[in-house]
Design a protein. Sequence first.
Length: 363
Amino acid sequence: MERRKFIKTATVTGAGVAAATIAAPAIAQSRKEMVIVSAWPRDFPGLGISAQRFAKRVTEVSNGAIQTKYFAAGERVGAFDSFDEVASGNAQAYIAAEYYWKGKHPAFAFFTAVPFGMTTIEWNAWIKFMGGQQLWDELSAGFGLKALPVGATGTQMAGWFNKEINSADDLKGLKMRIPGLGGDVMAKLGASPVSLPGGQIYENLVSGAIDATEWVGPYNDYFLKFYEAAKYYYYPGFHEPGGGVSLGMNAKWWSDLSKWEQSVITVCAMEEHAAQYEEAQARNGEYLARLVNDHGVQLKQLSEDVYDAFGEASAAVYDETRQHSAMANKVTDAFMKSMREVGSWQKIAEIAFSNERNRVLDI
């Protein structure tokens, strides 16, 4: 077979997914340019490297038919300007967290992560098999966008604090970098949530402009050196139990692509969505040990009393979210229904097994 009629094998990671070869159309395609703007700094461990890996992979898997041009945060537009850059058609795609666009519509938060929400495995089930992608499409279409999952961090840490958090009262007056609905919850408890791009967190924490920050987990956090300004590292994070990073594309540009071109981008996004999550699981344990053993970080668990306070405040935030609009109510209800269905199974499956395994093996 002539080489030009086929593209390289695309290896799709994830349980039960075999290596796939996507055949190129017999008729030569005109090359398409895909400008990608990102919310992450260049060469940012974890999130940034994942985005760059995706961009490179699209060109590779398409055998050059789709030429990607990747711009990290600040290289073309600011991290939080990427939504408008793509919606306007100035760029073809962004890679970011959808909850950054909560101010445009609160329902976007459900397509990253929400307080007491789904883990990554649960969220994947909702997106792929329980109507989540269709709701995402409906929401995004109102802004001229089409979105796909392109990364996941798994359950995140509660964050870095410059003082101990022994009760909900310790949150009052706290200036904390925390976006999304999680930030709204913190505000209910008397904290002052601040939304900052990843590249600006360290300087604000060191200067004292903020007292605390959440980011991701040990692997991603280690390289930002938060431990130089805050020694208390709390778990688990109520605000981001899982979910995903998004590839948001200009809807007109997406609809003008051939089915083959759409398939290439979708396959590469699925591959990277799995890879980023798996990489975080592989690295977090190692980097947590480094933080504790090499840098004197104090690992602490939030108390049940603090978690109960988070729960009460989260219920109030969800009520307010529902009241925003019919779409917000629709997404919230669908998310909660699916979470209860999947969660009831997880409780007697992976969660029950993991708890018993760890008890027996003393992990």
